[in-house]
Design a protein around this ligand. Sequence first.
Ligand SMILES: *Cc1c(COP(=O)(O)O)cnc(C)c1O
Ligand code: SF4
Length: 447
Amino acid sequence: MAANSFKSYSLRNYNDIPQIQKLSQSDKTAIEIVGNVLPFKTNNYVIDNLINWDNIPVDPIYTLTFPRKEMLLDKHYLIMEKLIKENPSREILTKEANRIRMELNPHPAGQKHNVPSVDGIELAGVQHKYRETVLFFPSQGQTCHAYCTFCFRWPQFVGMNELKFATKEIELLSRYLMQHREVTDVLFTGGDPMIMKTKILSAYIEPLLDEALYNIQTIRIGTKAIGYWPNRFLTDDDADDLMRLFEKINRSGKNLAIMAHFNHPVELSTVAAQDAIRRIRATGAQIRTQSPVLKHINDSPDVWAELWRKQVNNNCIPYYMFVARDTGAQHFFAVSLVDAWKIFREAYQKVSGVCRTVRGPSMSSTPGKIQVLGVSNVRDEKVIVMRFLQGRDPDWIARPFFAEYDDSATWLDDLKPAFGEEKFFFEDELENIFHEHVYDDEVENFE
Ligand SMILES: *Cc1c(COP(=O)(O)O)cnc(C)c1O
Ligand code: SF4
C-alpha cells in the first residue's frame, strides 16, 4: 500500500492496524465498548504520522481519535460491557447504544433555530443564525477522514438518521441568497466538506460564483483535512483539480477562507501538512484556524502558544478558541470557563501580536458566540466578564456583560447574572426571537 493512499479503520477492522499490538488488553476492550456508542474512525496518516505509539493511551492524538474507557460514564460503560459479553444481535446492540446516546445530549440544550425557507420550501441543510453568514451542510460532506472523540456532530456519524442534517439543494440555496442580500458569507461545513470529490464540491461552489450572487463575498470551507488527511491537497487523484477550483474562486473576486481545525501542534509538524498549507495558500486562499480547548488534548497554555506560533509560521491566521460543548464525552473533555480563560490568557501573553488575531475562549451557545473576557472585581463583587462575538441580534455584539463568579461553570447555562439581577440583558429579546418563528432542531457547531 502506498503511504499516500487512504486506508480507513473503524470498529470493524481496527485489529488490522499494525501498531494495535502496542495496546494493552484493557485499552482494546475500551475501544470495543466505547466505540459502539461514540463514533470511531481513523486512518493510516493519523496512525503513522501523528500518534506517538510509545505514549498510549495518553497521547493527545490517540485520545483525539481512539475511544478510551473514561469517555463513557461508568454506568454506561458497565451496561455496554455486560451487553457485549452476552454476544447480542446487531439490533439489540444498536438499540442499547442509541438509548445511551440519547442520554448524552445529542442536541445540546435548547438549541433551536428556524430552518430558513425559500418560496415556502424548507432548506433542510441550511442554517441561518447570524445575519451575514449562512451555513450549508452539503449532503455528501457529512463524514470525515477521521472522527474526533470530542465531536458534538457525532449523531451525524453514528447512523441515527433522524438527526442527520443535510441537503443537495444548492439551487434553493442560491435562490435564498438572492432574496437575502444581507448574507455575505457561505460556510460549507459537515462533517468535513473536503471528504467530497472535487467534482461534487465544485457542483456546490460554482453556482455561488454567479454574478447574480454579488452579495456573496466570502466562501468558507470548514475542514480538518490538513490535520487528518493532507494528501487531499497533494496526492489524491483530484487534488490538482481542487487547486484549480480554489484558484477559480479567487479569480472570481471572492475570498476563499479555509477554516482549518487544528487541535494540537503535532498536526502542523508533518511535511505533508506544511506542503498542503503552502499549496492552498498558493491558490490565493486564506487559512484561518480554530479549535476547542480540551482536557487530555490541549489544556495547557504552552500547547496553545505553540499551536498559534506554528500556525502563523505556516501562514495561517489564528481565529477562534472554543469552549467544549455540553454533549457526548463532555465529562472527559470539559474545561471550566475560568480555566479556559486562564489558558487563553497565559498563552496569549506568550505570543507576539501576529498571533493575537485569535479570539476566545468562546461558547457557541443559543443566543450567540460568547467570549469569556475574564475574571474581574466590580464594586466588591467577583464577576466573570463576557461579550458577544456573534449574536442572534447583531446589537448584542461587543457589549461587555457580567455573571457571578463561578469557577465550576463549564457553560453559559451554569452562570447567573451578577449584581443580583434576574436575567442577562439579552434574555427577554431571545425569548421574543424564539416566539416569532417556527423552530426545528438545530445542530450547533463551532464554525
Ligand atoms: C460561528 C458561526 C458562524 C460564523 O461566525 P463568524 O464569527 O463570522 O466566524 C456562522 N453561523 C453559525 C451558526 C456559527 O456558529
Ligand atoms: S470535529 Fe470536525 S473533523 Fe472532527 S469528527 Fe467532528 S466534524 Fe469531523
